[in-house]
Design a protein around this ligand. Structure first.
Ligand SMILES: [Zn+2]
Length: 340
């Protein structure tokens, strides 16, 4: 009998269901001592400036959205919603904090030093109206967005926790590895859009999802462009963007199954930190190219092969073998077609 109390399947339903479902589904339900007091609680060692900055951001967020919002300050997070304060607390205690702490253990060593604002809008029309008014480049059908320059996540909360997990990963990753190539940033974020906590609550593990058939089809009809191109050329800039997302996600899932995703990510970050120190004067294009090269080399190193082509052969063979044995059903989560 599985221990349901320790499972949190992030594809569980919309915001309205959270009060009922997540209360019993969270690995760290209210009252549990597991992992409380972690770095994302109001700890005394968080700098006073961060607390002050969060208070300022809370006031700004209330103003900016122009409609009554419940706002909660939980440094480094500023949370806002058009639902109730109680629902916002639940989102923090049961989803945001557990994910942030677990990702900090698995990948991210550099904590946010500035406020991260997360706005959860429960009505799709409100979310779309905001997206339109904000004049973002994002397509209006996206169900969540992370604006890096503002460290702002805005979500259509009716699409489920998977969208929140995706965008939260982006926000935390930006502080930890700002030069991370886009493909890997998106691979990690989309890995967590369909994920669950391990039974002991210490790991957040990606599962199969709706992107699987996209990659399967692309491999069969020759539209998968291969790792060398994916890792060195612009990410998701063509009409084949969904294939890029699927390939990046499944590459991360492959590494996760090999227990190499954490070592690979940290190796990448360490190399990129060296790059940011040494190449401060270089152009953005040069930095991007060098970052891509370093990350490709790190991938070859963890796979212990000499070329990306060899990595690709193994990756595609793994992907096809999963299809043959039949993986967990590739379900279409609530946020299926719309998470950028
Ligand atoms: Zn994304």
């Amino acid at each position: 009998m599985p221990n349901w109390g320790r499972l949190l399947l992030l594809t569980l339903g919309p915001f309205a269901l959270i009060a009922g479902s997540y209360l019993i589904a969270s690995p760290r339900a209210a009252g549990s001592s597991t992992l409380t007091g972690g770095i994302f609680r109001d700890l005394p060692d968080l700098p006073a400036e961060l607390h002050a900055a969060c208070q300022q951001m809370a006031a700004k967020t209330r103003e900016r959205f122009g409609e009554p919002l419940e706002v909660l300050t939980k440094p480094p997070f500023v949370l806002a919603t058009d639902a109730t304060q109680a629902e916002l607390c639940q989102q923090f205690e049961q989803i945001i904090e557990p994910i942030a702490q677990t990702l900090a253990a698995m990948y991210f060593d550099n904590e946010p030093t500035q406020p991260v604002t997360i706005v959860l809008l429960t009505r799709t029309d409100r979310y779309r109206a905001w997206l339109k008014a904000a004049s973002t480049a994002a397509r209006t059908e996206y169900s969540g967005i992370y604006l890096r320059d503002q460290r702002l996540v805005v979500l259509d909360a009716s699409t489920g926790a998977g969208t929140l997990a995706h965008e939260l990963t982006h926000a935390l990753c930006q502080f930890d590895a700002p030069l991370l190539p886009e493909w890997l940033d998106e691979g990690l974020a989309s890995l967590h859009e369909e994920s669950e906590f391990s039974n002991d609550g210490l790991l957040l593990l990606g599962l199969d999802n709706w992107r699987q058939p996209i990659l399967a089809q692309a491999i069969e009809n020759g539209r998968y462009r291969g790792l060398r191109s994916l890792l060195s050329e612009p990410f998701a800039q063509t009409r084949l963007a969904p294939v890029d997302y699927a390939a990046a996600r499944y590459l991360c899932l492959w590494l996760q199954e090999q227990q190499l995703l954490g070592p690979f990510y940290r190796k990448c970050r360490q190399r990129l930190e060296t790059l940011s120190a040494a190449e401060a004067a270089s152009s953005e294009a040069q930095r991007t190219a060098e970052a891509q090269r370093l990350v490709a080399a790190a991938l070859c190193q963890v796979q212990q092969v000499g070329s990306l082509e060899e990595v690709d052969t193994r990756f595609v063979a793994w992907f096809r073998s999963r299809e043959r044995v039949g993986t967990k059903s590739a379900t279409r989560g609530a946020n299926a077609p719309t998470t950028p």
